[in-house]
Design a protein around this ligand. Sequence first.
Ligand SMILES: [Ca+2]
Length: 490
Amino acid sequence: MKSRFFSLRLLVFLLLAPMESPAADPRRPNILWLIAEDFGQHLGSYGTREVSSPNLDALAKAGVRYTRFFTTAPVCSPSRSAFMTGMYQTTIGAHNHRSHRDDGYALPTGVRVLTDWFRDGGYFTANVRHMPPPIQWKGTAKTDWNFTYNGKPFDSDRWTDLKGHQPFFAQVNFQETHRAFHAPKHADPAKVQIPPYYPDHAVTREDWAAYLDSAMELDRKIGLVLQRLESDGLADNTLVVFFGDNGQAHVRGKQFCYDSGLLVPLIIRWPKNFPAPKHFQPGGVDDRLLAAIDLAPTMLDLAGISKPAKMQGEIFLGDHAAASRQYVFGARDRCDETVFRFRTVRDPRFRYIRNFTPERPFLQANEYKEKQYPVWNLLKELHAAGKLTPEQEALCASAMPAEELYDIEADPHEIRNLAGSVEHRAVLERLRGVLEKWIEESNDQGRQLEPPDVARRRGATRPQTNPQSGYNLDERSLEPTRLTLPARQL
Ligand SMILES: [Ca+2]
């Protein structure tokens, strides 16, 4: 009787074992995206002084560090709408930040969120909010898409679900480098390097140091996630991808179409248990032009899932990789209540920007920037006091150039506009033509501005609705950092 009982238990165990097994899929890697907020290439491995980032530097050393990875929008919701569908936000009508939260707006036919394709391919999906003890913090589980998703876009928000559900596609979203900054102080304000278009002032230096401190806090937390990946026995089967969701949280970064708004870090570490794909050299640096919308088709392809027919992003790793890009494109449309329309194209050396709203000033009112970016107000106050350099004064002009052209090699801060330069005429015309063609071919939905009342309501199409609903970090609830400088500091 006893032996029969044990046989029965053994039989039940054997039947259940394959379903409960935490064993990895020997054919397909797990994929883990670690997504930073509002973050430029400000890590030790990218050459930033006053930042100590041992965990991400080690990840880069074991993997590949990419130097020309650009988001397609310089702000969260359009950028995230793009890289989570592999589509330009301007093509799918997700270009206004934030929009379509209350009107049932659906993605075009044939366009889906990345997790839908992964799930159809047999992957478990997660946007991790809950990390296991002793980790004390939570992921933001941010989605922030400018379209309506019916159902659950992810299967889970718990790290502990991953091990038993391989292969998985999981994200951890970090908030550290999003304002307001709240990391322990490490960077020395006296030693940080300030771009020349910001006043070299104690307020700027302290703000910049706080941003770099947030990068160090981000690195510390990523270290904890990577340790946990290791201790759970997942590291050797998991492709790790670290990147920023849009450019740096500074006045001329986020929301604007310069490198400072669109160029972000990308580090990929390949798992030991899988052969590295074509175009991936561990320990190397990759200077190819890449767009954030290229991640989606590349990840699907690495998982053995064919690139969907309509997806605009290009595969950049493995046997199905496309030829290297000649150009990357970017776009900025309404951000909250502030209407601008910029379109940009970048080749390895030059950036061209077309401004369709040149009558509006760079410092056009924006409540979010005014409240949370102290340099925004510093610029205004030093402008009034006549204490800005010409590069800084340019940000306070009453209008913006209709066209801008920068030679990034000679002018990495993009402060010498060559649009009127006779010797750069051919470059200007080439890039202008490429951009106009892209606007037509990609069916840019931003050619029509929204009705003014939608802008006044920050994207809500129905009065009394909140366009930020579904977004976890309530920026507007944060304490303002309104700056009133004592006169002697000016
Ligand atoms: Ca962001």
